[in-house]
Design a protein around this ligand. Structure first.
Ligand SMILES: [Ca+2]
Length: 284
């Protein structure tokens, strides 16, 4: 069972109003189990899910003993009383799931909105490449695009992240790429392509290039970046002039573009380079 939200059920006999497991070994990942009650209205952890299940990267009311990545904080549903179990700003569910739990073909949440949406304001505390949330709904916020590739651990002990905010409506020309978790004050360069790919350690880099095909570099005057003293990048895109090897081109509705940032880094004090995660934005 993956990315389910099981809330406010009640049982009048036996213990668990949430998931009652008897004689099996269910694997429950990226789920929210909250507000479920047993007999007499009891709301302890055992009323959410029977002990002994394989529970990982879940939010369990009262906490779950064992497993990996489980949380106990309030999932902050938008409006549970009205049946709206989307998660609100600041929810511990955001970017805290196991990205490997879902089949690769699953790219949307229960509402049909994009999965693996990175919230630029929230560190990715889950596992694997991407930024999947816990529960049936993915937090959308102002984030656009889908993270499909992760950066390598860098000299500040983080995996550089890339996210985007703004509008995926190409005609709005309103997309800003945001890098975070980077070494401070380092030379950086964004790259883009309509094609995804995978090249391990290009040019001796610590990390992997996740673009393929016709890769354009943002190297025009004003486009070459330096990470900030806080290790971040803020890069507003001009969607009317994305670089390709044959000059610039305008983004049009229906196209998907992939972005990644290269940056100077070091490993064990030896100069090298690294990449942030990569993000795909599909434009309307
Ligand atoms: Ca997310």
């Amino acid at each position: 069972m993956q990315n389910c939200t099981i809330v406010n059920n009640s049982a009048t006999s036996n213990a668990a109003g949430g998931i009652r497991n008897q004689g099996a070994s269910p694997i429950i990942t990226n789920c929210i189990l909250w507000g479920n009650t047993g007999p007499g209205g009891a709301m302890g952890p055992a009323n959410q899910v029977t002990p002994g299940a394989n529970v990982d990267y879940c939010i369990v009311m009262g906490g779950f003993t064992g497993g990996n990545g489980n949380l106990a904080g309030d999932p902050m549903f938008t409006n549970a009383a009205a049946g709206d179990y989307t998660i609100g700003t600041g929810s511990p569910a955001v970017d805290a799931g196991d990205n490997n739990a879902l089949a690769a073909l699953v790219t949307v949440d229960i509402a049909g909105l994009g999965r693996y949406q990175d919230d630029p304001m929230t560190p990715n505390t889950g596992i694997g490449s991407g930024a999947i949330d816990i529960g049936a709904h993915e937090y959308q916020a102002g984030a656009i695009g889908i993270v499909y590739c992760t950066g390598a651990a860098n000299s500040v002990g983080l995996n550089g992240e890339l996210s985007a905010i703004g509008s995926s409506d190409a005609s709005m020309n309103d997309v800003t790429l945001l890098g975070s978790g980077l070494p401070p004050n380092q030379f950086s360069l964004f790259v883009t392509s309509q094609t995804q790919g995978f090249t391990a350690n290009p040019g001796g880099s610590i990390a992997n290039l996740c673009l393929g095909g016709m890769i354009g570099r943002f190297q025009a005057p004003g486009q070459v970046m330096s990470t900030s003293s806080a290790g971040t990048l803020t890069f507003p895109l001009d969607l009317t002039a994305l670089p390709t090897p044959m000059g610039t081109t305008a983004v049009t509705s229906g196209q998907s573009w992939n972005f990644q940032a290269w940056y100077r880094d070091s490993i064990l004090g030896i100069p090298s380079s690294n990449f942030t995660g990569a993000i795909e934005i599909t434009f309307q």
